[in-house]
Design a protein around this ligand. Structure first.
Ligand code: CU
Length: 176
């Protein structure tokens, strides 16, 4: 605060001297937490405004997602609306099989571990959670509930991201 006051005072002094060169500097922009958009192998955090498609999922105490298979096109931003129909906490975490395996192992070791990233949503019983994700990379990905024991009980699903078709036929990976 002291620093800010000093800044403002300095700004006012220079303003009164008619020497304000950079107006913006008198209003230091506070960083208001939009999520950091970090490119992951399975995509990047999306903007709700850009989401043209909503996928509804249900998580239940029988350790299943419904549906458990989702197909999207590369570049598509999807808004996931995730309902927890059970009596216990569930979550959805998107990733690759490898990252989810690793993360699940950590959750078994540290069940109380707090985690929160733009590619996951924790949903209390009876509640609905949301997450918006842009699938800008093609491939086969997974989503899972990583709460200790749930992943191991098979609470997983698949996301297939179909590669964008290139006009000239080049630059598209081989099909499996
Ligand atoms: Cu669960």
């Amino acid at each position: 605060m002291k620093y800010l006051h000093a800044l403002l005072a300095a700004a006012m002094v220079s303003a009164s001297l008619g020497a304000v060169a950079h107006e913006g500097e008198t209003h230091p922009q506070k960083k208001v937490g939009p999520v950091t958009k970090e490119q992951k192998d399975w995509g990047i955090a999306g903007d709700a405004k850009a989401a043209k498609r909503t996928v509804e999922l249900v998580m239940s105490d029988n350790m299943r997602f419904t549906p458990d298979k989702i197909e999207v096109k590369q570049g598509e931003t999807v808004r996931f609306v995730v309902k927890n129909s059970g009596q216990m906490m569930h979550e959805i975490v998107i990733g690759t099989k490898k990252t989810l395996d690793e993360h699940a192992a950590l959750m078994m070791k540290f069940p109380g571990m707090e985690h929160d990233e733009p590619y996951m949503s924790h949903v209390a019983p009876g509640k609905v959670g949301e997450l918006v994700w842009t699938f800008n990379r093609a491939g086969d990905f997974d989503f899972a509930c990583l709460i200790a024991g749930h992943y191991q009980a098979g609470m997983v699903g698949k996301i297939k991201v179909a590669a964008m078709v290139a006009n000239n036929g080049h630059g598209v990976g081989h099909k499996h």
